[in-house]
Ligand binder design. Sequence first.
Ligand code: ADP
Ligand code: MG
Length: 382
Amino acid sequence: MIQLIVASAEPRFLDFVRETNAEVIGTHEDMGPNLAQRILHDVNASPQSAVLLDISLDVEQGLRTLEQIKQSGPDVYVILSDMNCTQDFLLRSMRSGSADFLQQPLKRAEFSEAMTRVEQHTQRVQRQDRQIGRMYSFVGVKGGVGTTTAALNFAAICAKHGKSTVLVDLDMDSGDAASYLGLRHQYSLADVVDGLDQLDQAMLEGIMVRDALGFQVLCAPEEIERSRLIGEEHLREIGSFLIERYDAVIVDGSRALDGLLLSCLELSESIFVVLTEEFPAVRNAQHYLSALARAGYGMEAVKLVVNRHEKKGSLHVSLEQLKQTLGASPFWVLPNKYEEAMTAVHEARPVVMKGNAELGRSYRDFAKKLGMNGQPPSPGKK
Ligand SMILES: Nc1ncnc2c1ncn2[C@@H]1O[C@H](COP(=O)(O)OP(=O)(O)O)[C@@H](O)[C@H]1O
Ligand SMILES: [Mg+2]
């Protein structure tokens, strides 16, 4: 219910408001010079409330009161009310910071529309306060280029920075994420889809598995038959739900560029296209990027991540050639460190957790470039 603080010297005005379904939490009939202070006192006690200020008794003083309120409480939502409402007057009241205006005599329909606007305003503010999280999708131009490795290392970094983090494994064919992390899971994305009607955070946390590093993994289904039942609409709904509740949602998109993957890209802030310097990978990257472009994602929307970079080697496409072929510079280049990568899988620990591994360092610098600096930020929402 909307909470109102009402100031009016007119008892009928107050009576009218009391008969609506707004909750009147404070009234002021004395319009004296410290009215603004008294109203601000009420607002402090109930920060969600809006103020309805009847200035018909003395317009000049009323506008002064409004200005004083807005000076000390710029976010206070004030509705002015007066008998007349000339253009000039409305303009003045807006400039003084009123959010809305109600002409007197008050009418039910107009009043309730004004209350709807208060409610919409409150919801907007709440949404802004609870900043929505970000989805980062990692997609590979072909299998084996290191998409899963990149996604889970990035998830580990996000968790280490105190962000509430979810890794979503979209690879319904092999679903490597859980096994690279040594996690056993009973439930998967298919179970979320089955229970979509009752989707809430508790249910989701019962389905996801928690990695020791603190991030959650939403695993891919093991059974192909169940994977087939997952649709684009489902992923859109689950993805939106996740970014509303977690700071970072990382998608392991080791799969073909199909409708399911595209429905996640729509929600993603960053799309990392992973490739290597091998000829087939670069050729695939060309096709992949043009498919992305046809879907509306140009080179501004995607970030190239070159994996397994070799400083020298004639068997590879050089970074310079790669840049020319693809028409874009890599956003990040990760070194070829097969042993480090394999040891990490063997030990089921993301390589980024190894202080002395070169590949781990490169991943940390990658995250730094994305704005995740040395120190973990203040704890994220949970
Ligand atoms: N920078 C790297 N250097 C060497 N090997 C790597 C690197 N990144 C990943 N790998 C290895 O490449 C293989 C494929 O990686 P994976 O992440 O499963 O790729 P994808 O998900 O694209 O199929 C794995 O054995 C992994 O350990
Ligand atoms: Mg993979």
